[in-house]
Write a protein that binds this ligand. Structure first.
Ligand code: XLS
Ligand code: NI
Ligand code: NI
Length: 446
């Protein structure tokens, strides 16, 4: 074992409660606390991502790295990769969260050929297996990075050049197998460059067909190798390209149905991507839950003053109560979890800041879980929503839905005065009050 990197933290982070003044304790998150019959950790299934936390040094387009990530500068890249893996697992075990996630190139140097990259990745994966066994930390999902290298500048599956499609296929083939080897519970496809910068050079029809073919190939290979994890598509409307094809859950759903792929894929919903699409995170989760496509969550947030994917750690309970309410009502995330796809601010340059960020993020999720559970338990919201649609269970509603009422039948009922609807209040403010009351009750109880 190498020397500890996070020397100020002994770990595992314990529960301190709200009165604790020790910043390195959870204030709300108690993994074993039972909420609505399930442990907090089993509702949330939290994970840490390798890319933002260990493969990025804080650089932005105006400045060089500010974060202390010395392995990124190791001239011996494989040695650097091994150090990173050791530090990452030190962090996961000290934080005490059960899962992690990574892209192939987050953990292994690319080298100068695909064969070298594959060999580098396999060597790191051998070590990762050992760390998983020793620490009990598991892989929530794996993914291939099909957006950083210049070969992907015009997309991966949607590239105008089929050779790039083939290269992406090679990466995904390998990474699916790696994910299986590591016992990963899901496999994610985020199409960062599957979109366009200008329509002047883009054939939308072709690119859609290519993307569908790629997704079929991935599903086929999953079956071929006997990988039992869930395939997930992560919607995002833009950034890095001007327009991305996997715009939001609704668009992804339509695409999957159109190409006979529904049933094979669910969605990995990222809070900040929802807001980039002009939706709320609640909308995205509710849509996915309503259509049986809720897979997993990338936990983060944007900044209302900025229009881009700032990937900040979640901090607002208010923003999370309703998404978590939907998740509870859907029976949980299944094989999914809450992956912190979030990065430190560039000025958060102490090693221990990574702990503060994840502790605060997890406490926020836990508090929102308590409020959402209260809302589920009190039940008024669900009762009022059901009551709003009660007419559809009656004779008229059933006649319409069952197909026994034609347009002229309905017209006749209206003309005779038998059917004469009156407006009914939607009572939005009353419902908003109920949500707030659950937030406040959870605050009082924590
Ligand atoms: C970028 C995405 C990315 C995916 C994994 O915006 O969130 O990090 O989660 O490729
Ligand atoms: Ni993400
Ligand atoms: Ni993102």
């Amino acid at each position: 074992m190498s020397e500890p990197f996070f020397t100020e933290v002994q770990g595992p982070i314990g529960f301190g409660g709200l009165d604790s003044t020790d910043p390195l304790t959870f204030k709300v998150y108690q993994p074993d606390r039972v909420v609505l019959g399930r442990r907090m950790v089993d509702w949330l299934r939290p994970g840490v991502c390798v890319w933002h936390s260990f493969s990025w040094d804080g650089r932005d387009m105006f400045g060089i790295g500010t974060l202390d990530r010395p392995w990124l500068a190791d001239p011996d890249e494989m040695r650097g990769a091994r150090t990173r893996l050791a530090v990452a697992f030190e962090f996961f075990s000290k934080l005490g969260t059960p899962y992690y996630c990574f892209h192939d190139r987050d953990v292994a140097p690319e080298g100068d050929s695909f064969a070298t990259f594959a060999a580098n990745l396999d060597a790191i994966v051998d070590e990762a297996l050992g760390y998983q066994e020793r620490t009990g930390v598991q892989l929530l999902w794996g993914t291939a990075n099909l957006f950083t290298h210049p070969r992907y500048q015009a997309g991966a599956a949607t590239n105008p050049d089929p050779a790039v499609f083939a290269y992406a296929a090679a990466q995904v083939t390998h990474m699916l197998e790696v994910t299986k080897r590591l016992g990963g519970e899901n496999y994610v496809l985020w199409g960062g460059r599957e979109g366009y910068d200008t329509l002047l050079n883009t054939d939308l029809r072709r690119e859609g067909e290519q993307l569908a073919r790629f997704l079929h190939l991935v599903a086929e290979h999953k079956a071929r190798i006997g990988f039992t994890g869930q395939l997930l598509i992560e919607p995002k409307p833009m950034e890095p390209t001007k327009h991305q094809y996997d715009y939001d859950s609704t668009v992804v759903h339509g695409f999957l149905v159109r190409h006979g792929l529904d049933g094979e894929y669910k969605v990995n919903i990222e809070a900040n991507h929802a807001t980039l699409a002009g939706h709320s995170f609640h909308h995205e989760v509710a849509y996915a839950a309503a259509h049986g496509m809720l897979g997993s969550i990338d936990a983060n947030r944007g900044d209302p003053q900025n229009g881009w994917d700032t990937d900040q750690f979640p901090i607002s309970v208010d923003d999370l109560v309703m998404p978590i309410y939907e998740i509870i009502r859907a029976g949980g995330l299944g094989t999914g979890g809450f992956n912190f796809d979030a990065k430190l601010r560039r000025q958060s340059s102490d090693r221990t800041d990574l702990f503060h960020a994840h502790i605060s993020g997890l406490d926020t999720l836990a508090q929102a879980l308590l409020a959402a559970a209260d809302l589920v338990e009190r039940g008024e919201l669900a009762v009022l929503k059901d009551a709003r649609y009660a007419g559809w269970d009656g004779e008229l509603g059933q006649a319409i839905l069952g197909g026994s009422a034609s347009l002229p039948d309905l017209a006749a009922r209206v003309a005779s005065g038998e059917v004469d609807p009156r407006p009914v209040s939607g009572s939005q403010e009353r419902l908003e009050g109920l949500v707030n009351q659950s937030v406040w009750r959870a605050n009082r109880g924590a």
